[in-house]
Write a protein that binds this ligand. Structure first.
Ligand code: GLA
Length: 378
């Protein structure tokens, strides 16, 4: 945290008023159901994005990052509205906009959440800026308010139709635990997830395959669920059972049927996973994780060859459970493995990727970590 303050000072020639941090996330189970009012079970990872902020007397907004220090992006606060200029800076501008900030600010960010890996680097950036602004301007917003504001920033300012999971866990995650989030009303339950105590490790495999939620596949899946809800006259997939879905099969298309089947079965798997986790029944948890992958691959069709190869190789090497995480079409997979199997699993995945001529994957591990926080600089 000290280096973010130093970086700010070197760049802007004065001290920041607030520094903050927010983590990326891994989703244990509950994929593509946050926008269907489902339950999800993510946890915050150790990698995070840091922000340093100070208010300005004029209406100027300046944004810079450690990675591109030489380029300070400037814009008048009155021009901060959807459709404005900006590249990655839009994630920051969107938060200023959705929180209704009217003052100028200097912002400096730095972080180590791998981008494009499906680990929510964008939510980490949005949330670190949001908690910093909340503190700087004494906005008094709750974590739920901030989750909704940062989601709105991403939906309406950046133009990514994401759900609310990533921002919620980045804000509300707790060390040593997964977060059971009810995406209907953002209520949460902390579910202890002490992998190390059980002699396990959660390996994150970044397939290095392209991942962007703006490509259309994500919006299409979301639209399919909304279409089913309309045709079956229910508010969301949360209100559907497998029996009701079967009984009304002729009202929807074959594709909509399998998309809805994923949503319904995945919501059920999350609740079963919570029971398993509370009982330290990792074998059952592993089976649910595997079933989630199969459903995402076959019914929801958001996997890709790299993710499938990573998952299959990890399972063949003895993983208790493995699946793709996040939006899909690339990004990362997770494998719940015995801690002693880590090298063996990595080697198996590396060999499988090499055999298929894929780019070399990257590996990470992370314990469930704390959510976002901000502090005033003295
Ligand atoms: C992305 C989105 C989330 C969620 C996941 C899939 O990470 O940002 O809102 O929909 O995909 O579970």
């Amino acid at each position: 945290m000290a280096s973010i303050a130093r970086g700010f000072e070197e760049l802007y020639g004065r001290k920041p008023e607030v520094i903050s941090e927010a983590p990326g996330r891994v989703n244990l189970i509950g994929e593509h159901i946050d926008y269907s009012e489902g339950f999800v079970l993510p946890f915050a990872i150790a990698d995070r994005t840091y922000a340093a902020i100070a208010a300005r007397g004029d209406g100027l907004v300046r944004i810079a990052s450690h990675q591109r220090k030489e380029k300070i992006f400037s814009i008048d606060i009155n021009d901060v509205k959807p459709g404005s200029k900006g590249d990655w800076e839009k994630y920051v501008l969107g938060v200023l906009w959705s929180l209704g900030i009217t003052s100028g600010v200097d912002i400096f960010v730095d972080g180590n959440v791998p981008g494009g890996a499906g680990l929510s680097s964008s939510a980490a950036l949005e949330c670190s800026v949001a908690v910093a602004l909340n503190s700087l301007f004494s906005l008094g917003k709750s974590k739920e308010d901030l989750a909704r504001a940062t989601q709105r920033a991403e939906n309406d300012y950046v133009g990514v139709p994401c759900g609310i999971m990533d921002q919620s866990v980045s804000l509300m995650g707790q060390a040593g635990a997964a977060l059971l989030l009810d995406c209907r009303d953002l209520t949460t339950e902390i579910v202890p997830f002490s992998v190390a105590d059980a002699g396990l490790e959660l390996l994150i495999i970044d397939t290095q395959a392209h991942h962007a939620l703006t490509d259309g596949g994500y919006a299409e899946r979301r639209a399919a669920c909304e279409s089913v809800a309309r045709k079956l006259d229910i508010p969301s997939m949360r209100h559907l059972t497998l029996d009701a879905l079967e009984a009304q099969r002729e009202k929807i298309t074959a594709t909509e049927f399998i998309r809805a089947r994923h949503a319904v079965t995945e919501i059920a798997r999350v609740l079963e996973a919570v029971v398993a986790l509370r009982a330290s029944d990792f074998v059952t948890l592993g089976k649910l994780i595997n079933a989630s992958h199969i459903s995402l691959r076959d019914d929801y069709a958001v996997s890709c060859p790299e993710l499938d190869v990573a998952v299959d190789a990890a399972i063949a090497a003895g993983a208790i459970g493995s699946r793709m995480v996040g939006g899909g079409f690339g990004g990362s997979a997770i494998a719940l493995i015995k801690a002693s199997d880590i090298q063996k699993t990595k080697d198996a995945v590396l060999a499988a990727f090499e055999g298929r001529g894929f780019r070399k994957p990257r590996f990470f591990t992370s314990l469930p970590s704390a959510g976002a926080s901000a502090s005033l600089v003295q």
